[in-house]
Design a protein around this ligand. Structure first.
Ligand code: PLP
Length: 389
């Protein structure tokens, strides 16, 4: 079939594929444990459900303004001003169908063919593919010390005359690492000076552990969203465990938002009004759901670490945020795809190969599920790989 070469070249999302494989196996009655997907088990906040349902039953579910309902934008502005100590006006905000669409629209709006976008390894699987869909070139910076993020100097070295933007994701999917305040602050200043856009994918921003409070870099404290090259992406998926609602947002200079709005108007028009109202419900409702989700996930992290510590040969680094651990399994295999397939077949445990994130020899384990699942999954993995441990 003569399909577009570009479309054909886009890789399948490994996490969504593995999720589908797990679902099929489960339907066949296999007791699969899914450590692949980043999706907490909690129910959506009650205020989100009630508000979204009320909107649906009212029958008022027509198109909304492309960039989002004014009331949702107001809630997003309040959230952003409180979180970043940053002045935001409605023209700086656009709501989209999840952070994924935000990132696509941003990169589609920013990039000309052959522009370069710098991505720090290990990285979220979708960044390189979205960049390529926008006809730009992903430039991956791999930490020379094998750590969980490159040093500032390494990132700077990757920047050239074609660099349009740098993407930072902290807390980081897949490693669970939180970049230091100093590192983020230096990146903000560097991008301002160089005139490069800095895209902060802050989707896991509130999901940090052990009292860690990452501060937005000082360079953008009290900054007006107009005056910087900074773009912030966030959404309700990980903040409230509302993955299927598909609501995310972008905070950016108004000219960028204006053009992104045209792009969105010609593609998806707007986010479903019921889902917008649900997201607003979550943002303006009681916020203890965020803390209770955080505590549950932190406890899961501790259980997973404890279980893995008794696993001969695996090397661990404690995640500081998110619900992912990137674990070094090189003692068992350097080929993470083969290892992940083996674990699925033999132990019925879904893991994501580190190769997908630029970290071969590692597996990403999601601890968003239940404690019982985590304990059972590690016991099965040990049985499959190292029956003596
Ligand atoms: N950014 C990162 C780093 C993610 O891990 C994910 C989802 O896994 C997203 C963005 C997408 O978020 P959303 O579900 O809001 O599209």
């Amino acid at each position: 079939m003569s399909l577009s070469q570009l479309a054909r070249s886009i890789a399948e999302s490994p996490t969504l594929r593995l999720n589908e494989e797990a679902r099929i196996l489960r339907e066949k009655g296999e007791p699969v444990i899914n450590l692949g997907i980043g999706e907490p088990k909690n129910k959506a906040p009650i205020n989100a459900i009630l508000q979204g349902a009320a909107r649906l039953t009212s029958g008022d579910v027509k198109y909304t303004p492309t960039d989002g309902l004014p009331s949702l934008k107001k809630a997003i502005i309040r959230y952003t001003e409180e979180t970043y100590d940053r002045l935001v006006s409605p023209e700086n905000v656009i709501a989209s169908d999840g952070a994924k669409q935000c990132l696509f629209n941003i990169l589609f709006t920013l990039c000309n063919p052959q522009d370069e976008v710098v991505v720090l390894a290990p990285y979220w699987v979708s960044y390189p593919e979205i960049i390529r869909m926008c006809q730009a070139i992903p430039v991956i910076v791999t930490p020379e010390d094998g750590g969980f993020h490159p040093r500032f100097e390494e990132v700077v070295r990757a920047v050239g005359s074609n660099t349009k933007a740098i993407i930072l994701n902290s807390p980081n999917n897949p490693s669970g690492a939180v970049y230091s305040d100093d590192f983020v602050g230096r990146m903000v200043e560097f991008c301002e000076t160089k005139g490069i856009y800095l895209i902060l994918d802050d989707i896991y921003q509130k999901l940090v552990f052990d009292g860690l409070r990452p501060k937005p870099g000082t360079a953008f404290t009290r900054a007006d969203s107009e005056s910087t090259k900074l773009i912030i992406v966030n959404g309700v998926a990980k903040l409230y465990g509302m993955t299927g609602f598909r609501v995310g947002w972008t905070i950016a200079p108004r000219e960028l938002v204006r053009v992104m709005t045209n792009v969105q108007a010609q593609t998806t028009s707007c986010v479903s009004p019921a889902m917008q109202v649900a997201a607003e419900g979550a943002l303006v409702g009681v916020q203890n759901v965020v803390e209770s989700l955080r505590l549950t996930i932190q406890n899961n992290r501790d259980v997973l670490m404890q279980e893995l510590r008794t696993f001969n040969g695996v090397k661990l680094r404690k995640p500081e945020g998110t619900f992912y651990a990137l674990v070094d399994f090189r003692a068992y295999s350097n080929n993470s795809v083969e290892l992940s397939n083996f674990l699925l077949k033999k132990a019925l445990v879904v893991t994501v190969p580190g190769k997908e994130f630029g970290m071969e020899g590692h597996l990403r384990l999601s601890f968003a599920g239940t404690v019982k699942e985590l304990q059972e999954a590690v016991a099965r993995m040990k049985w499959a790989l190292d029956p003596t441990s």
